[in-house]
Design a protein around this ligand. Structure first.
Ligand code: KG4
Ligand code: ZN
Length: 338
């Protein structure tokens, strides 16, 4: 079964053709980062406009690269939640148009479910259920993936998402948006023990995250130094921050695995590209004899192949969307299992 999938929830206009869930025939991503970085973050109005301009070309490219025409496609999939509403609506409208004009079924995919599904492309041998740490620009979750379409969120962020925290710390250190990858590279040159940073405690759930205290500690250290006319070594700060946030993410995930009895662990979302997080999680899993699955780098950030993969499992589970499909800016993964 061949699915043409569209992703436009944030600042990448993406289209992929995916066969039987895991065989990626094409995966085109048109990024808008160069324009948004002038403003230090994604500007929703600009994102929507660029999606409108790019989507036809991106879809045509994805078809061409897969050596398919629309008649070779069995279903159309699109990200419908969560995301920037104007950005989502561009992909949704385009997908609805394609489904209507070709008479093919339409499948609505949850963006975070898509990130989780990236692991099935990279590791078809991954057996469910398992526990997944999802860390992206907008979300940080510890999720029980009970089956391909059923999720239970055990922990979530109370404030900033992990990627957001990386980006804000990067901005404070003078790196351009999105700063996660710059922190990652700088960390390789710095001393991770140079600064002692806090690991904020969260009242209520031991599996929820809070990163604002960590972010504020970095900002205060940098600003206090500036007020004294000093500069801190930014590679050292990047390395210390990356080590601390990796430890927080890994400690909570390991605790959740123990408490819920999981020995198979997954990692997903844009921050899953981070070398500190990957290494720390690998080390913790090796120590306990757990199996760890992480997406290949090309499927860590936003892409449509992951949406095409999840759409296949949604399709098998009988999920179909109609022409009344709308975008939803905020929608918990838990809601999909109700
Ligand atoms: O999943 P994603 O592409 O978009 C959302 O769904 O939000 O995640 C984007 C986030 C950004 O915050 C970006 O800085 C972060 O992922 N990111 C990284 C790395 N590569 C991307 N963070 C840390 N280290 C990286 N290597
Ligand atoms: Zn994403």
């Amino acid at each position: 079964m061949r699915i043409l999938a569209i992703e436009s929830s944030c600042d990448e206009t993406a289209c992929a053709v995916v066969e039987d869930g895991v065989n990626v025939l094409s995966n085109i991503v048109a990024t808008q980062i160069d324009e948004h970085k002038l403003y230090g973050g994604v500007v929703p109005e600009i994102a929507s406009r660029r999606h409108c301009e790019n989507i036809s070309t991106v879809v045509a490219e994805a078809l061409k690269e897969s050596n398919c025409t629309l008649s070779d496609i069995d279903a159309i999939a699109v990200t419908y939640a969560p995301g920037l509403i104007g950005a989502l609506l561009v992909g949704i409208s385009y997908a609805k148009g394609l489904a209507l004009s070709t008479g093919k079924p339409l499948i609505a995919v949850h963006h975070i479910a898509g990130h989780i599904a990236a692991n099935y492309i990279s590791h078809p041998e991954l057996k469910l259920p398992y526990l997944c740490l999802v860390v992206s620009g907008g979300h940080s979750h510890i999720v029980e993936v009970r089956d391909y379409t059923k999720y239970h969120v055990i922990g979530r962020t109370r404030d900033d998402a992990a990627g957001e925290c990386f980006d804000k710390v990067a901005r404070t250190l003078g790196y351009e948006y999105p700063g996660g990858k710059h922190i990652d590279s700088a960390s390789k040159l710095g001393n991770p023990d140079a600064f002692k940073l806090p690991k904020p405690k969260v009242q209520g759930s031991e599996f929820d995250f809070s990163f604002s205290g960590l972010k504020t500690a970095v900002i205060n250290t940098v600003h206090n130094a500036a007020q004294k006319g000093e500069t801190i070594n930014r590679e050292d700060m990047a390395a210390s921050f990356q080590k601390t946030i990796s430890e927080i993410l890994v400690e909570k995930t390991m605790k959740a695995a123990e408490e819920y009895g999981y020995t198979t662990i997954g990692l997903a979302g844009g921050v899953s590209a981070n070398s500190g997080v990957r290494n720390a999680l690998q080390e913790a899993c090796d120590k306990r004899g757990y199996k760890l699955f992480m997406p290949e780098f090309r499927y860590c950030g936003d892409n449509a192949a992951m949406i095409g993969c999840q759409a296949y499992f949604d399709y098998i589970a009988g999920k179909r969307a109609g022409q009344d499909l709308n975008g939803i800016a905020t929608l918990s993964l838990d809601k999909l299992s109700e």
